[in-house]
Structure formats: structure tokens, C-alpha cells
Design a protein around this ligand. Structure first.
Ligand code: BTN
Length: 256
């Protein structure tokens, strides 16, 4: 389905809406393997995603018809491979800019790319890059946002919340999709224009628990620490007893 009502230059102009699919990321990957070239900014959204995937091989559960589950096709060949986390930053900042317009405080980004409201998870981002000769030839940016779902009963969903629950009102899915595509495109174009410093600072400014002493756990056990920054590789630095320690994904757990 073509939809030209998006307030964007290219993201979402080619919108394919599916009533049901396993995973929008997988569907996009399958489209890429077909011979037809795919337009940058193509968006695949699904009303029902029955085998949604999350980070670190987890699954992504979403009540059919209530939430946003979609994937954007990008070609960020201008992002150096060793700085690929800048793309995660652009996506998270773009989403956060839109959510902060709905209610001014409370939304943040939990490292590396969870969408948070206070201490609860509203959504997540799963970016899958294709790399050829050290160039990021394509990116599949998968986004799941809890929008109108009211009950989160399943395993691992204790921290989940939806925008509708936060605002106590029904939110129009198509309208939110358009806004989020616009927010992401704006940050992506800033990145393309070389404004990575701005983007990096903005990501740090909305980083969950940054500058606050809180409890974490690593392979040595639980400890009190303070997140100081995340670099362009996606490495998070946590200060502990006056010294900065580096963490990559899966090496540290946030304790309540
Ligand atoms: C996470 O927080 O673990 C990331 C969740 C990403 C879920 C989205 S929903 C659309 C896209 N398709 C998938 O299978 N996963 C992503």
C-alpha cells in the first residue's frame, strides 16, 4: 500500500501494511533478498506480529491491533562501521523527541535502546545491519512500541507499560507511526549531515539513570555505580569507587 501522507522526505513513503506476519524485520529481510531494489525508507508495519523478535534472541510480544510493530529500511553507508551505534542513537533520539511531545517528562532511553517511561519499558528497538566490505550496506530498524495495550500479564512483562496507559487515553496508531517516522528521519538526516556530536549529546541527555547512583550487577556481583556516558561504539561507562568501567551489552544488569 502506498501512503504519501507522511510528513517526511522519504521514511514511510513506501508503506506496506500487513494484517499478520511472523516478524516485520524478517519480512523486510526477505524482501531485500528478492531481486527488486527496495526504496530507502520503506516501512513494513504489522497489525499482528506472531513471532516478533527482541534483542539478544528474546521474543517480542505484542497484543494484535493494539500496538506499533514496524521496521524501516535504511541505507546508512555514511556511518563508519566502528561507529554504528550512532544509528541506534538517531533512532532512539527520534522516538524520544516524539514521545516527549505527548507528555513533557518521564520518557528516556535505557541503554542500549529501550524506550522507557520512568522505570518501565514502553518499547524497544532491534537494528539488524548488513555489512559488505566494511560498509553498512543496509539497516533494518525494527521498532516495537506499546501503544494501547492495557494488560501485560506474560512472563518478562512486569515492567511493561503502554503510552495509552500513561496518558490514560486512546492513541491513534497511524498518527503515532507517522510522527515517529518523522522523528527518526530528522535525526537520521542530522547524522547524514555530519551532526553526530549534537546527536551524541542528545542521546546522553535522555539516557536512563545517567548521573544517578543506582544498583547494577556484573560478573563480579552487585554494586552501586553511576552511568557516566555511552560512546559511539555503544560501550557504556559506569563509575564505581571513582573509576570508570566499560560495559558491552550483556555484561551488566540494571538492578531495580
Ligand atoms: C527489544 O526491546 O528487545 C527490541 C524489540 C523490537 C521489536 C520490534 S517489533 C518490529 C520488529 N520486528 C521484530 O521481530 N522485532 C522488531
Amino acid at each position: 500500500m502506498q501512503n504519501n501522507t507522511f510528513p517526511t522526505l522519504f521514511v514511510g513513503h513506501n508503506l506496506i501494511r500487513l494484517s499478520s506476519v511472523g516478524s516485520t524485520n524478517d519480512f523486510l529481510k526477505m524482501m531485500l533478498s528478492n531481486s527488486e531494489p527496495l526504496l530507502e525508507g520503506t516501512v513494513i508495519m504489522a497489525d499482528n506480529q506472531f513471532a516478533g523478535r527482541g534483542q539478544y534472541s528474546s521474543s517480542w510480544q505484542s497484543e494484535p491491533g493494539s500496538n506499533l510493530t514496524f521496521s524501516i529500511f535504511l541505507k546508512p553507508g555514511f556511518v563508519p562501521l566502528e561507529k554504528q551505534f550512532l544509528l541506534n542513537m538517531a533512532v532512539c533520539v527520534g522516538i524520544n523527541e516524539v514521545l516527549c511531545k505527548l507528555t513533557p517528562s518521564g520518557f528516556s532511553v535505557k541503554w542500549p535502546n529501550d524506550v522507557y517511561y520512568q522505570d518501565r519499558k514502553v518499547g524497544g528497538v532491534l537494528i539488524e545491519n548488513g555489512v559488505s566490505e566494511r560498509i553498512i550496506s543496509y539497516s533494518i530498524v525494527g521498532i516495537g512500541i506499546n501503544v494501547n495495550q492495557q494488560n501485560f500479564d506474560g512472563p518478562g512483562l512486569a515492567k511493561a507499560v503502554s503510552i495509552g496507559k500513561i496518558l490514560q487515553q486512546h492513541v491513534d496508531l497511524q498518527d503515532l507511526l507517522r510522527q515517529i517516522c518523522g522523528g527518526i528521519e530528522a535525526e537520521y538526516l542530522k547524522l547524514k549531515a555530519g551532526r553526530q556530536q549534537d546527536l551524541h549529546e542528545r542521546y546522553l541527555s535522555i539516557l536512563y539513570r545517567r548521573g544517578i547512583t543506582a544498583q547494577y550487577e556484573d560478573k563480579t556481583g552487585a554494586f552501586d555505580g553511576e552511568i557516566t556516558r555511552v560512546d559511539e561504539r555503544g560501550v557504556m561507562f559506569v563509575k564505581r569507587e571513582g573509576k570508570d568501567y566499560e560495559y558491552r551489552v550483556k555484561e551488566i544488569e540494571f538492578l531495580p
